[in-house]
Design a protein around this ligand. Sequence first.
Ligand code: ADP
Ligand code: ZN
Length: 512
Amino acid sequence: MLDPLPILQSTFGFPEFRGVQRQVVDRVLAGENSLAVMPTGAGKSLCYQLPAVALPGTCVVVSPLIALMHDQLRAAEAIGIRAATLTSVDTNQAETIARFRAGALDLLYVAPERASGESFRTLLGQAPLALFAIDEAHCVSEWGHDFRPDYRLLRPLLDHFPAVPRLALTATADAHTRADILEQLGIPQAGMIVAGFDRPNIRYLITPRDNTTRQIADLIAEQPGPGIVYAQTRKAVEQLAEKLAATGRSTRAYHAGLDPHVRARNQADFVASEDMVIVATVAFGMGIDKPDVRFVAHAGLPKSIESYYQETGRAGRDGDPAIAHLFWGAEDFAKARQRIGEVEPHRQAGERTRLNALGALVETAACRRAVLLRHFGDHPPETCGNCDNCLNPPSAVNATEVARKFLSAVFRTGQSFGVGYIESILTGQSSERSLMNGHEALSVFGIASSPEETALIKPVARALLLRDALRANDFGGLEFGPGARAILKGETEVALILPPKRERRGRRGSAA
Ligand code: ADP
Ligand code: ZN
């Protein structure tokens, strides 16, 4: 069989294959159908680009984002690969079609909606094909976190050319999604190649939010080098960027609402810098190649474990120590649950499983890395020595009694008051409001007034919201959720992980 190594060296300029690249490339060259599950940065593109150069005919690459296609096109052309994109924004479509027919293209990038069309199938019949590469293949699965219906329509095209090998690629697939990709795209179980997901140089830290700006400012003060701070909304990005600029570190904002020139300049400034912080929505980072990012902070809960892994994976791609710090609040979970209630009913179960997996990662007293890697099907050691829980083991307390008192107080006050008010009732703090409401006469008034119990009230409220035992209404008032009953009836215990004392400056490994 064809030896791919000389091509790797001459065309791509790399001395050797990385990780599973060789395995994937060999399967493609042997004409077999495969699914490559490789984390971001592992070098997925090479797995189809090299066969595209080595094999006669054109490699058709299905990719969901036009911007990403154009990045890939530029990178491929820069090393002399004959490539083109066929998208609605390209003005040279006729020329591209002519090049394809003449057999003068190694790579042809298309969006799924075009690839699944009749005329595209006809076109592909007019010149030899090397392979089909289906990028971001998790989009084919309704179970996946980024379902695109057009991906479902690809199968007839692939089946129309049964002799052309197919290679599906994804960075983000749990076991269920992987099985779905294999089935949807007609790839045998034996064709799945999974790369190791561990990023040992990334230190994972997960902390409840109390003051986002201060917490992130502390992180910035402790961690030199470029960093990315993810915030959930454009407004949050702007406010946080403005406040963090006061730390003295140069700071930029990045979100879809910015003027395109400003946005492009901020991104370019960040890529070129050695000490800049960019505050961004999750749109930032796709397709940027900056290996020396020293930290990624999340000011709020990511969408899923997959997103968390992908976003934190932008830290430390050079292999030097880096930090991933997630700051979360119970309201993040409440909002996520609300959003799940709004998606189509048949997708809710999947979304709920995904959110619970994220909840388990956030709540665990065990090694974060172990939880993360198990989610991706790995069998990691029990401890890693490089996450908050391994470095500083938290203590667990049984907070069932306080949780029951909290739920009783919510119930007796009519399920319409917020955390602060419930806390004042439980601790027996008299106020004009509690007097007026007649709540000081309730049996729950002042029933959790010992210092031990008082200290647990806020963490308990957080845990109850996270478990859907409580839900916050639009005005912050707490109501019972489906998980409340079992706790009140004594069927479920509430164990609380108490975060250790906040790490002091200088405790973190410096990434010099
Ligand atoms: P992914 O799509 O998996 O996130 P890319 O295909 O963008 O990753 O590759 C990530 C980086 O790794 C790129 O800068 C690429 O040039 C580089 N790379 C890929 N394969 C190799 C290799 N065998 N040796 C060294 N660098 C590589
Ligand atoms: Zn660990």
